[in-house]
Design a protein around this ligand. Structure first.
Ligand code: SAH
Length: 266
């Protein structure tokens, strides 16, 4: 079987997954997603970018699992601005830029080699209005033009929802949305993050359950959850806290806010 034939089939299946997710398929979308996969395989030989390799795994774990963001992005205006915090090898931010080329995208990661890979990939894919920045979110969020200036801040596999709320919402303009891609079963974690989100000026979380549509496990892959917070009011200047603190000491409601029943002393 020729290489060309394999690739042709691969692109057809990917197209079906994009359509199933409700995401648009434009000229170049499929070619670019496949080229991203090839760049990732090549880049992974030189630097440890992701543990995921092989077309089907990259497709299902990195590319397709970014598609639930279509819920948010299908109605985004041209030129809307999106920032991906802890993007790693470009997930979901670079995948999103390929599917929604009219968005202006910033990819943030604290690891230099990942940013170097992304900078080269952006160039190779001939994408405009997308930039990769080596920084920690806790630092960058205190600087213009980043603070409170994005329509969307997104993340996957960055940490707990409390940590994610503290790292994402300071980047979001009032009226914009922060969104985290998580696996299923995050209701408890979302409840724990309610305090952090409200401190950042976020409204209560809205959760979308997403069936996974892996071609290898038709129909019954575990569901993912898209957790979103709309930003209602500006984030106080003291947030996010210093680098490392949101991870080490996630924000939690003070004891007086706790819903745990108190036993009166007898
Ligand atoms: N989003 C990618 C990568 C997840 S791994 C994916 O889903 O595959 C988490 C990434 O976040 C790592 O690359 C790490 O360097 C980065 N990271 C962790 N904390 C960060 C912070 N505070 N600021 C910026 N990047 C961070």
């Amino acid at each position: 079987m020729s290489h060309y034939f394999d690739r042709d089939i691969a692109l057809k299946m990917l197209e079906a997954q994009l359509i199933a997710a409700g995401a648009p398929v434009r000229p170049q979308t499929l070619e670019r997603l496949y080229a991203f996969y090839q760049l990732l395989e090549e880049g992974n030989k030189h630097a440890n970018l992701t543990s995921i390799s092989g077309w089907e795994s990259v497709r299902d774990e990195l590319i397709v699992r970014s598609f639930p963001l279509a819920h948010l992005l299908n109605s985004a205006q041209p030129g809307a601005r999106l920032i991906d915090i802890g993007t790693g090898a470009g997930v979901p931010g670079l995948v999103i830029k390929i599917v929604y080329p009219h968005l202006e995208v910033a990819l943030i990661d604290a690891t230099r080699k990942k940013i170097d890979f992304l900078t080269a990939a952006i160039d190779a894919l001939d994408l405009k209005e997308v930039t990769a920045i080596h920084a920690r979110a806790e630092d960058l969020a205190h600087h213009q033009p980043y603070r409170e200036s994005y329509d969307f801040a997104v993340a996957r596999a960055l940490g707990s929802l409390s940590e994610i709320a503290e790292l994402l919402l300071p980047f979001v303009a009032v009226g914009g949305t922060a969104a985290a891609l998580k696996t299923a079963g995050v209701d408890g974690e979302a409840a724990q993050a309610a305090f952090a989100a409200s401190q950042m000026g976020g409204e209560p979380a809205v959760l979308f359950l997403v069936e996974r549509q892996g071609m290898d496990t038709p129909g019954d892959g575990p569901a993912d959850t898209l957790v979103t917070w709309r930003k209602a009011t500006p984030t106080p200047e003291r947030y996010p806290r210093r680098a490392g603190v949101p991870h080490k000491t996630p924000l939690a409601a003070p004891a007086s806010h706790s819903t745990t029943a108190k036993v009166s002393g007898e």
